[in-house]
Design a protein around this ligand. Structure first.
Ligand SMILES: Cc1cc2nc3c(=O)[nH]c(=O)nc-3n(C[C@H](O)[C@H](O)[C@H](O)COP(=O)(O)OP(=O)(O)OC[C@H]3O[C@@H](n4cnc5c(N)ncnc54)[C@H](O)[C@@H]3O)c2cc1C
Length: 450
C-alpha cells in the first residue's frame, strides 16, 4: 500500500515550506500547520511594534558545492527582492580585530611565532592521527585541544563555546568540533604553508566572502517566494499547532491540530512531515513511543539566543558585516549590522539566553554599554530605538553520545509509515537554510519512490 497523496507539514519554517514547494513541483498537495502567526520560523525578522527586528544576520548561501544549484533556485524565488552580497566578518579578540577567516600572517603578528608554531605542531600531529589513525575523540574539547593545542584552545574556543552554548567544551560531543571547527587536515596544512596553493584562511565558515542572497525583508522574501510558488497545492494554517499524531500498525492514522481559539480539526489520509522540535513530536504521538525512546529523547536539549537590536541616528561603523566577540567580558557572542545589506538600520547583538536571563531588566543597557567598548563604536550615542526578541531553540546542543540517542529515536520514527522528522529542530542537526532545503528535497524524492 502506497502513501496517502496529501502531506501534513508541521511548521512553516524554511524546511517545512521547502518541503511543500518540492512536493508541489511533483503535483502533491500539502497542508502546512504553523503555531506562530507568521511564516519563516527562526530565519525571518519579527515585527516589534512596526520595526522589523532581525534575528541575527540571515543570508542564503550554499554550504557545499552540491547545494549551489539548489540555492540558485531558491534565490530565484526571492526575486525581485533578492540582493546579492559578499559578506565580510571579523573576530574581536584581546582588544583588537582579526580578519575572519583567520590569516596566518595576522596570527603570527598578533600571537608570536612560537605560539603559532606550537599550534602548527599540534595541527600536524592531529592531521596525522585524524587521517591515518582515526582515533575516537571524547568531546569537543578533546578534539579542539588535540588539533590546536591547549593554549590556542583556551584563547579561541573555550570561552566562546561556553558563551554560545552555556556548557563547557568537555560536555559537548566531538562531532560538534568536526562540524564547527576548521580542523587541520593535510590539504589545509599544505595550503597554509604554500600561500599560492589557494589557502583562504582558517574558518569554520567557508562561505564568508562567497556570493550570498538576502531580501530587503531578510528571509521573509524566501518564505513568501516558497509559498507563492506552491500556488493552489498549499493550504496554510497559521496560529495553529499540531497537537496529536495518531499512529498504529499501518503507520500514521490521523493528525489533530489546535487553533489559537481552542478549536480543533482532524486530518486523516495524510503523511506527516514534522519540522517541529523532535522531543515535541514524540510527545504528540498517540499512543506514546516506548519508554526507552522517551528516555533518550529527554536528553535532547536546545540552546536559545536573545537578540538585542538598536537603531541609531548615525549609521554605526562596525568593522565588518558581522563581528564574533570571543571575550567573556562582553555579553554578546556576535554583532551584525543589518544596514550593510538592507535599508533597515539595525545593529543586532546575539546574547546566549542564559546570560540574557541573568541580566534581568538591564539587558539593553548592558548590551549598549558593551557595544560602546568595541573599537569603532565608541560614539554610538543614545539609540533611537531598542528591542529584544528570543529564539529559544536556536542551537541543538549535541551532548556526548547524542548520535546514539538519535539513532534509537529515528529507528522508532522510521518504523511508523508516513512519519518523517526533518529540519534543524526536527532532525536535531546543525543545519543552514540550504541544508534544510536539501533535506526537504531528499525527503520528497524518498516519498515519491514510496
Ligand atoms: C542566529 C542564527 C543565525 C543564522 N544564520 C543563518 C544564515 O545566515 N544562513 C543560513 O543558511 N542559516 C542560518 N541560520 C540557520 C537557519 O536559521 C535554520 O537553518 C533554519 O531557519 C531552520 O529552519 P527550520 O524550518 O528547520 O526550523 P524553524 O525555522 O525552527 O521552523 C520550525 C517551525 O515549526 C513551528 N512549530 C513548532 N512546533 C509546532 C507545532 N506543534 N505545530 C506547528 N508548528 C510548530 C515553529 O513555530 C517554527 O516556525 C541561523 C540560525 C541562527 C539561530
Amino acid at each position: 500500500m502506497g502513501l496517502p497523496t496529501r502531506a501534513l507539514i508541521a511548521g512553516a519554517g524554511i524546511t517545512g515550506l521547502s518541503t511543500a514547494y518540492f512536493l508541489a513541483k511533483k503535483g502533491i498537495s500539502s497542508i502546512v500547520v504553523e503555531k506562530r502567526q507568521n511564516i519563516g520560523g527562526m530565519a525571518v525578522p519579527v515585527d516589534l511594534g512596526g520595526v522589523r527586528m532581525w534575528q541575527g544576520v540571515h543570508l542564503l548561501h550554499a554550504s557545499s558545492k552540491e547545494n549551489r544549484a539548489l540555492v540558485e533556485e531558491l534565490a530565484g524565488l526571492m526575486r525581485p527582492d533578492c540582493l546579492v552580497v559578499r559578506p565580510s566578518a571579523k573576530v574581536f579578540y584581546g582588544g583588537d580585530y582579526l580578519s575572519y577567516p583567520l590569516m596566518l600572517q595576522e596570527l603570527v603578528a598578533r600571537f608570536g611565532f612560537w605560539v603559532l608554531l606550537a599550534g602548527g605542531f599540534h595541527g600536524f600531529w592531529f592531521a596525522l592521527r585524524k587521517d591515518a589513525l582515526n582515533p575516537a575523540f571524547d568531546s569537543f574539547e578533546d578534539v579542539a585541544r588535540s588539533a590546536f593545542g591547549d593554549r590556542v584552545y583556551r584563547m579561541f574556543f573555550a570561552d566562546y563555546t561556553k558563551k554560545l552554548l552555556g556548557v563547557e567544551g568537555k560536555e559537548i560531543d566531538a562531532e560538534w568540533a568536526l562540524k564547527r571547527l576548521p580542523l587541520p587536515g593535510f590539504r589545509r596544512l599544505i595550503e597554509g604553508l604554500l600561500p599560492w596553493a589557494g589557502f583562504r584562511g582558517l574558518s569554520a565558515h567557508d562561505m564568508i566572502g562567497e556570493v550570498q542572497f538576502v531580501g530587503e525583508e531578510g528571509m521573509t522574501s524566501l518564505a513568501t517566494g516558497l509559498v507563492q510558488a506552491c500556488k493552489e497545492k498549499l493550504r496554510l494554517e497559521l496560529n495553529c499547532k499540531v497537537k496529536e499524531v495518531h499512529w498504529g500498525e499501518n503507520g500514521v492514522e490521523g493528525v489533530v491540530v489546535q487553533r489559537e481559539d481552542g478549536g480543533q480539526e482532524e486530518f486523516s489520509d495524510v503523511f506527516v512531515v514534522s519540522t517541529m522540535p523532535l522531543p515535541e513530536l514524540l510527545r504528540c504521538l498517540v499512543p506514546p513511543p516506548p519508554e526507552d525512546v522517551m528516555e533518550v529523547s529527554s536528553r535532547l536539549r536546545f540552546r536559545g539566543v536573545t537578540f538585542v537590536g538598536f537603531a541609531f541616528e548615525k549609521r554605526p561603523s562596525l568593522k565588518a558585516d558581522w563581528v564574533y566577540v570571543q571575550d567573556e567580558a562582553f555579553i554578546f557572542n556576535r554583532v551584525g549590522d543589518i544596514s550593510r545589506f538592507t535599508s533597515n538600520p539595525l545593529l543586532v547583538a546575539e546574547v546566549s539566553e542564559e546570560r540574557a536571563k541573568k541580566c534581568e531588566g538591564n539587558l539593553v543597557e548592558k548590551v549598549l554599554c558593551d557595544l560602546c567598548r568595541l573599537p569603532g563604536l565608541e560614539n554610538l550615542g543614545e539609540p533611537l530605538w531598542a528591542g529584544i526578541t528570543s529564539e529559544n531553540r536556536a542551537y541543538p546542543l549535541w551532548h556526548k553520545g547524542f548520535r546514539q540517542d538519535l539513532k534509537r529515536i529515528f529507528a522508532f520514527i522510521g518504523s511508523i509509515k508516513g512519519l518523517y522528522s526533518i529540519g534543524r529542530q526536527g532532525a536535531f542537526e546543525y543545519l543552514n537554510m540550504d541544508e534544510c532545503a536539501r533535506m526537504a528535497l531528499d525527503l520528497v524524492s524518498t516519498v515519491i519512490d514510496e
